[in-house]
Structures are given as C-alpha cells and as structure tokens.
Design a protein around this ligand. Sequence first.
Ligand SMILES: C[S@@+](CC[C@H](N)C(=O)[O-])C[C@H]1O[C@@H](n2cnc3c(N)ncnc32)[C@H](O)[C@@H]1O
Length: 243
Amino acid sequence: MAETHFGFKQVDESEKAEKVAGVFHSVAQKYDVMNDLMSGGLHRIWKHFTIAQSGIREGSKVLDIAAGTGDLTKAFARKAGRTGEVWHTDINSSMLQVGRDRLLDEGLVVPSLLCDAEKLPFPDNYFDCVSVAFGLRNMTHKDVALSEMCRVLKPGGRLLVLEFSKVWAPLKMPYDFYSFKLLPKIGKLVAGDEESYQYLAESIRMHPDQETLKGMMQEAGFGVVNYHNLTGGVVALHKGFKV
Ligand SMILES: C[S@@+](CC[C@H](N)C(=O)[O-])C[C@H]1O[C@@H](n2cnc3c(N)ncnc32)[C@H](O)[C@@H]1O
C-alpha cells in the first residue's frame, strides 16, 4: 500500500482523506473566526489580491474548489454578475454547509456542490477561471487534482492556487515559534481543538515550496505558470494558464 503524509505523520494513502475530513468537520463552525484570529486579518488581503488577479468579468464561468466557507466564491459571484456562472464546491459537507448558508445570507444564490477535486464532475474546457485557496495542501493526489483543474479550464483560462508556502529565511524562526507553540493553543482556546491546528502547522511544512509547485502545475499541463509571494512567502499565489 502506498503511503503519504498527514501533517508530519506517515499514513496509508487511503486514510488521508478521512483524516482531513475529520479536521474540517471539527473546525467548520469556528473556521471564519479562527481565520481572522490566526492571520491577524491577513487572509483577507491575500484573498483580495487573488480576486484582483482572477480576470473574472461579467459573464465569466468560475469554479471555486475547496471553497469552504465561501470567501472567494462570494467575491467571484459579484464580479461575474447575473450572466456569470459561479460554483461553490468542497469535499466536506460541514464546510460546504457553512459556506452555502453564508452565501444565502448575503443574497447570493450560487450552486453549492459536494465534490472531490480529484474527480471533478464538470466537462472539459468549460471554465474561464478555477480557484483553490488553502485547499491543495490537503489533497492526497495533488498531481491528479491539478490535472483535473487543467482539464475543466478553457484554453486561455487560468488557475489560481492560493496556498501557504516557504517563508523568507529571516522569518523562519518567529514563524515556527508562532505556528508550533502558539497556534495550537489558540485553536484549543477558541475552537476547542488543538490537534487540528497542529495539523495545520505541520501540513504547511510538508507542502511543496514555490518552485516545486510551479513545476507540478507545468507537469499537470499548464503552459504558463508564475507566482507572487505574499507576506514574505508565508503564502504564495500561483497562476497557471492553459494554452
Ligand atoms: C483551509 S479550508 C479553505 C477554505 C476556503 N477556500 C478559504 O480559503 O477560506 C480547506 C478546504 O479544502 C477542502 N478539501 C480538502 N480536500 C479536498 C478535496 N480533495 N477536494 C475538494 N475539497 C477539499 C476541505 O474540506 C476544506 O474545506
């Protein structure tokens, strides 16, 4: 049986999705408040930058993968307007439900769909833009998911991958202290869940760095790939264009 990592632990590939599901069922209700708290609100700036780089306009067809509580979906739906088509999708029913309720509360009626990024139920060459924010890190077969994202994009369409990445070396020590010593404690205090936030810190360290992810996107079929480091590489936005 093939093995993969779940944070710093080695697990059987067949177990990873279930363990990731456990994390997100546990954190769903407190996900938004924890995001603001953990990042000091920075995740809003990272997402704002992503939206600005999306190229979405009135009428665009957009797929938000691992969309969770729907921050990007919401902004994309407003940009694509009434003639656009924006999908809010996630593999986790708890996260999808919180997101769907939030979208409806804000007067946005978009389809919410439970689906796995590794098996997208959409036709080839369909979307103008596909996004995945803080989701790729959790996927068992990232290569398969990236190929699926490329498949459903139209030629000329773009993939946006917003994800934690490798920090600028001088930031490493304080960042490690924050991630491993403080973050799980904040998780315990606010969300009553220390383990999930320990997993978050570990999964970030196991995720491919900027150049490796760029190579993986090229391997998956993206003809042009570039990236922007945000907050000293704490996060990077990779853009891949299907040619
Ligand atoms: C950290 S949350 C990100 C939510 C949202 N995109 C954001 O930026 O706030 C990661 C999400 O990835 C989802 N996810 C993990 N594996 C997935 C998969 N194979 N396919 C689709 N979604 C997945 C989880 O269920 C979770 O909702």
